[in-house]
Design a protein around this ligand. Structure first.
Ligand SMILES: Cc1cc2nc3c(=O)[nH]c(=O)nc-3n(C[C@H](O)[C@H](O)[C@H](O)COP(=O)(O)OP(=O)(O)OC[C@H]3O[C@@H](n4cnc5c(N)ncnc54)[C@H](O)[C@@H]3O)c2cc1C
Length: 411
């Protein structure tokens, strides 16, 4: 019976090293550098590259990758424990070579890229030498059946026309993976394909870089991109024509779990701050930690955080067991749906316990609150994940049969 919650002593040594390294050397970067994706920026080269080398020397570089791509093949459970630590700093994923969206894009290239595409982009991407962008969402279309950006074959080339929205990091990227409609008459999930577009191809235009929250105009990293008669070779298509959504699952399944793993780290950060505040602030003759309503906030937060963490770890464990994202689709949808709520609620309580300091720009809490909303939107909106979780309630072992529902609740 293999069912326990212990971490191997050997692996714990690596986790302890990572926690110390992130706290002392990586987290300070969050305060002094801008976007973590500016790989060619002189400050990035000076401050981040040496830390990346330390991670490589420890053998922890890009450990989300399997051995076929030069990684350690840790599997998702070990990765979850590591990502909890990396989630506590904005720069940590980049320093450890496992940052979104490059991780998911690398997975797609590894599975579906032509030899030429792999040679040009895959290895440099895995080495952290170049950045990439994923260009799927559209400004004028919600669901895939409404996507308009299209690619039409002309001889040995595809010609792309249309607009994309919130293509993160396009401004720093060497290439974009673009979802294009190639078969408009096909069914909703058979009409689109994925294609690689080098960012410097004529006709690729960033209309503006959209920011989130109160980022000043022009400083955002989510590009509104227009493609006008953009020509790329036919070999740039990734996977079979019309299978863009199946190809997308290669990255979205793993990507969502990794977001959840890192969010556990963010929630833990807010929880620790709340405890530190409660133990260090005195009001009306006693510490905040002695007040019952503050204790309740801390207790509720711990319970929600641990429940979320265990669901994430269990999902990671199930991915390792089945080695098939489709079989854990509901688990992944469940953690995606739970993530913004727990993150939001813990950060809100943390803000409250910090008083004015909590809403000030001297703590990261207002940004974290906004991030909790981002977690419910980016990589697919939460309501749709709720649909996946409950798509077939009758197949759930504990679900009552339809006849018993009508017997109990019917007129
Ligand atoms: C920080 C950030 C980074 C992102 N990065 C990328 C990126 O790199 N590449 C990329 O392609 N996209 C990216 N996105 C876009 C993201 O994938 C989309 O925002 C997301 O899929 C939601 O689509 P939408 O914004 O068009 O919302 P809409 O489809 O307009 O939905 C808006 C709201 O309508 C409601 N709704 C929608 N559908 C349903 C439904 N079926 N049932 C009930 N209610 C529903 C929900 O409340 C939903 O939140 C990013 C978004 C954010 C916030």
């Amino acid at each position: 019976m293999a069912w326990d919650f212990e971490t191997d002593a050997e692996y714990q040594v690596l986790l302890d090293w990572t926690a110390d390294f992130v706290e002392k050397k990586v987290a300070p970067l969050d305060m002094v550098l801008g976007s973590a994706m500016q790989y060619q920026d002189p400050d990035f080269i000076r401050l981040v590259r040496p830390l990346q080398q330390e991670v490589k020397d420890m053998g922890l570089w890009a450990c989300h990758l399997g051995p076929d791509l030069g990684g350690l093949g840790f599997g998702q459970l070990k990765l979850a424990l590591l990502n909890e630590i990396l989630g506590q700093s904005r720069f940590a994923s980049v320093v450890f070579g496992c940052q979104a969206p490059d991780t998911g894009n690398a997975e797609i290239l590894a599975h579906y890229g032509s030899d030429e595409i792999k040679a040009k982009y895959l290895q440099p991407l895995l080495n952290g030498e170049l950045a990439s962008s994923y260009s799927m969402s559209e400004p004028h279309a919600g669901g895939p059946e409404e996507f308009k950006c299209s690619a039409v074959r002309d001889g040995d080339e595809w010609v792309i026309n249309g607009e994309k929205w919130f293509s993160s990091n396009a401004r720093f990227a060497s290439f974009l993976i673009v979802m294009v409609v190639t078969d408009p008459e096909a069914s909703a999930h058979g009409r689109a394909s994925m294609i690689v577009v080098p960012t410097d191809t004529p006709g690729v235009e960033i209309i503006r870089n959209v920011g989130v929250g109160d980022e000043p105009p022009g400083h955002g990293t989510h590009a509104y991109v227009r493609y006008t008669d953009v020509r790329v070779p036919k070999q740039n298509l990734l996977g079979p024509r019309g299978q863009g959504f199946a190809v997308a699952q290669t990255r979205l399944g793993g990507g969502r779990v990794h977001h959840a793993m890192r969010t556990v780290g963010q929630i833990k950060r807010a929880f620790d701050m709340m405890c530190q505040r409660a133990l260090s602030r005195t009001t009306k003759g006693e510490m905040l930690a002695d007040k019952q309503m503050v204790q309740e906030k801390i207790a509720d937060s711990w319970i929600e955080m641990e429940a979320f963490r265990l669901l994430v770890l269990r999902t990671a464990w199930r991915i390792d067991q089945f080695n098939d994202y489709v079989k854990v689709r509901k688990d992944i949808a469940a953690i995606k749906a739970m993530m913004p709520k727990v993150y939001h609620d813990v950060v809100s309580r943390c803000i409250q316990v910090h008083g004015a300091l909590g809403v000030s720009n001297e703590l990261p809490l207002s940004g974290m609150l906004l991030s909790s909303y981002v977690m419910g939107i980016a990589d697919g909106k939460v309501l749709c994940d709720g649909e996946v979780v409950f798509e077939s309630p009758s197949s759930w072992p504990s679900a009552p049969a339809a006849s018993s529902i009508s017997a109990r609740g019917g007129p």
